[in-house]
Design a protein around this ligand. Structure first.
Ligand SMILES: O=C(O)CCC(=O)C(=O)O
Length: 275
């Protein structure tokens, strides 16, 4: 039986159903291209509370995709990464270059190596494989909540150094930046672990390189607990939006030679903080 989120259903025509025990929500009864301000607020709250939302049957053209995300904040892009030739705010996500090389490095939070990383990222399914090519999300509120009180107190006030990796032109990216190990989500007020893979999160402030690397490795592993995940199987017309402040995500490169194209649009968030 689907777990309907009743209070949302009461307030508007939006229907929301949980997609796993803790992570992911499917939102129906809504046309993304014509949301009221109140619906924008509800969507924002749902995405930030459940980390990721799936909107089936949207089939948004690219310019409308950008307009939808602009309702949630200033549209931003990943510096040093090529954009769609016809839409300046739209990245084209293709998981293979020249047919065989995977692009992304595993679970990550988007563009953490800038001062104000994106709050929300969205993907619009353009061309999806018949089998495989899912996207997996990991809930970082749960990652934080399931740490011991001792570890939480160690992390309080600690900052990690984030650097660029995986862009076409790293020299265009001002970095490094220091972000808190734990960040507060301004929409929910909840704390989430804020780590990413080792090539981007490289140092803990005030710790020796060995201490920092071991701590970051432990936290990253901890952040990927199965019970905190939602795995999305793409269908035509799917629009998926997540909150980078409380989730990690990764594409699963198991679709072989089948083409897979998604359009990605993001909006800027605040400078990460912990309170
Ligand atoms: O292709 C995907 O499913 C995920 C894309 C991704 O990792 C990103 O947009 O940062």
């Amino acid at each position: 039986m689907a777990l309907a989120i009743q209070r949302v259903a009461r307030e508007s025509t939006i229907n929301a159903e949980l997609l796993s025990g803790y992570t992911g929500v499917r939102i129906t009864g809504l046309s993304l291209g014509s949301m009221s301000d109140r619906e924008v607020e509800e969507v924002q709250r749902l995405v930030s509370e459940y980390c990721v939302a799936v909107f089936p049957d949207q089939f948004l053209p690219p310019d409308q995709h950008v307009e939808v995300i602009a309702r949630f904040g200033d549209v931003t892009v990943t510096p040093g990464v090529d954009l769609h030739p016809d839409y300046e705010n739209l990245h084209v996500v293709r998981n293979y270059i020249d047919g065989d090389r995977p692009v992304s490095g595993g679970f990550h939070t988007d563009t953490c190596f800038v001062d104000r990383p994106p709050a929300y990222t969205s993907l619009n399914a353009i061309e999806i494989p018949e089998h495989g090519g899912d996207t997996v999300f990991a809930n970082q509120y749960l990652a934080y909540d399931t740490l011991s009180e001792v570890m939480k107190s160690w992390l309080k006030g600690l900052r990690f150094k984030h650097v660029v990796s995986g862009t076409d032109r790293p020299e265009e990216v001002p970095n490094p930046v220091w972000h808190p190990a734990v960040r507060t989500n301004p929409v929910t007020g909840r704390k989430a672990l804020y780590v990413t893979f080792a090539a981007r999160c490289i140092e803990a402030e005030g710790m020796t390189p060995e201490e920092g690397a071991n701590l970051i490795r432990f936290l990253y592993q901890h952040s990927l607990a199965n019970h905190a995940m939602y795995r999305h199987r793409w269908r035509p017309g799917d629009f998926v939006m997540w909150d980078n402040r409380c989730s990690l995500h990764a594409a699963v490169y198991d679709h072989g030679e089948q083409p897979r194209t998604l359009y990605r649009v993001m909006c800027e968030g605040e400078r990460p903080y912990e309170d």
